[in-house]
Design a protein. Structure first.
Length: 316
């Protein structure tokens, strides 16, 4: 069986890590195993190519290499959303029409979008760039809740390390789970990660509120383990429930209930990261009543479970 030809399309300044995500999965041979992939890099202009790490790498091949690729990987694109030369988008579309699989890691999704390969499809990218991708390409259904999206002929990954998750997923489809697990073991990585990239997203800064709401928010945040109804919050603020709900919408862009849920989830994240308290105790301390309720909200908002989150981020 001829090896599957993987070609990475680079652009200055190139992220070495995002390139390495693909190179380590597709380009590193396993001991005592026949090579199942070949790995090559190319660029619109062959020669020395700047990287984001301050050194240059030498790229020998030009865009003609894409005509021979079985899989084309775009390992990021800096800056995200920068115009892509027509020669590059034409070469990607030509490779796709020929039957090559087109894969984007992280901000490489912007290149696929400019080439029209994501029109009418779900796609993902780094959580910091997802809003930018959605605004620039409304024809793309941007999903920031996942580590990758695979349509078979086109695939995109979330930020940085999620490129490894996507590449291992593609290997599983090409050669089975056992072979992908051997590659992951060789890289000292799990063959599959739980959850979505939202669990890695930076915790948002507290929403700004004017003087009328700030004391109430501080008071409520100190009492998350109690029953905080809209009526109780309104009574504390000296307002009617309707007026309080309107002020939340005006100042915070959300409802009192959603604001409280967000604070409770963030408080639970901190306890899971910094303590070894049982999940049931964590749920009680943040006012979510039970471990079942906490798990449900974690699954909905972070795409993972409290236990998996603690295993990943726990400091205790």
């Amino acid at each position: 069986m001829d090896p599957h030809r993987v070609v990475a399309l680079l652009n200055p300044p190139q992220s070495p890590f995002e390139l390495a995500c693909a190179a380590e999965v597709f380009g590193a041979a396993l001991p005592d195993e026949p090579a199942r992939y070949t790995f090559l890099t190319c660029a619109e202009r062959p020669g020395p190519l700047r990287t984001t790490a301050g050194f240059a790498m030498l790229v020998d091949a030009g865009l003609a290499a894409l005509a021979e690729a079985d899989t084309v990987v775009v390992p990021g694109w800096q800056p995200p959303g920068a115009p892509v030369p027509s020669a590059v988008t034409d070469a990607l579309r030509s490779a796709h029409r020929r039957g090559a699989r087109i894969v984007a890691i992280c901000t490489g999704a912007f290149v696929l979008a400019q080439a029209g390969l994501l029109d009418g499809r779900r796609a993902t990218t780094h959580w910091r760039s997802s809003a930018q991708l959605a605004a620039a390409h409304p024809e793309v259904a941007v999903d920031q809740d996942v580590l990758f999206v695979d349509h078979g002929d086109v695939a995109t990954s979330a930020g940085t390390g999620a490129g490894i998750d996507l590449c291992l997923h593609l290997v599983r489809g090409d050669h089975g789970a056992a072979y992908a697990a051997r590659i992951a073991r060789n890289m000292v990585l799990p063959p599959h990660r739980e959850g979505s990239q939202l669990q890695y997203a930076a915790q948002p800064a507290p929403a700004r509120a004017d003087e009328s709401l700030a004391p109430l928010l501080e008071w409520a945040a100190d009492r998350l383990d109690t029953r905080l109804t809209l009526d109780r919050l309104a009574e504390r603020a000296g307002l009617s429930s309707r007026t309080l709900a309107r002020r939340f919408a005006e100042q915070l862009g959300t409802s009192p209930g959603q604001w409280l849920l967000g604070r409770r989830i963030e408080a639970a994240r901190v306890l899971l990261e910094q303590t070894d308290l049982p999940v049931e105790t964590v749920a009680t301390r943040v006012g979510l009543a039970s471990a079942v309720n906490l798990r449900r909200h974690f699954r909905t908002h972070l795409g993972t479970t409290p236990g998996a989150y603690r295993r990943t981020f726990g400091e205790a």
